[in-house]
Design a protein. Structure first.
Length: 115
C-alpha cells in the first residue's frame, strides 16, 4: 500500500488549501483514513479522520475550519482547510488503517501559513 499526499504550499492567514491523499495497492475493508500534522518542535497530532462506518471526526483545533472528504472510487481522501492560521503551519500526513489493521503513512506535505 502506498499513500501519496499533495496540495501543500504557502498561504496567507485566512486563506484556504486542499490536501489530497491517494492510496494505491492492496487496500481492502479500510478501517480508517486520517490526517495528522506535525508542527516544528512538536509531536505529531491527529486532526481529522473517517471511521469505518463513514463518520467524520475532528480535533477541536480544526473543527469548523477543516473538512475531510473522500472519493471511494479513487481511494482518495481530501482535507479542505479554510480560515488558516499561522499555528496551522505543519507537515501534514495521511494515514490509512487497512482491513488487516496494518497502518500506512504518506510522505507528508508542508503547509506554511504566513503573510
Amino acid at each position: 500500500v502506498q499513500l501519496q499526499a499533495s496540495g501543500g504550499g504557502l498561504v496567507q492567514p485566512g486563506g484556504s488549501l486542499r490536501l489530497s491523499c491517494a492510496a494505491s495497492g492492496s487496500i481492502f475493508n479500510i478501517n480508517s483514513m486520517d490526517w495528522y500534522r506535525q508542527a516544528p518542535g512538536k509531536q505529531r497530532e491527529w486532526i481529522a479522520g473517517f471511521t469505518r462506518g463513514g463518520s467524520t471526526l475532528y480535533a477541536g483545533s480544526v473543527k469548523g475550519r477543516f473538512t475531510i472528504s473522500r472519493d471511494n472510487a479513487k481511494n482518495t481522501v481530501y482535507l479542505q482547510m479554510n480560515s488558516l492560521k499561522p499555528e496551522d503551519t505543519a507537515v501534514y500526513y495521511c494515514r490509512l488503517l487497512n482491513g488487516d489493521w496494518k497502518e500506512y503513512w504518506g510522505q507528508g506535505t508542508l503547509v506554511t501559513v504566513s503573510s
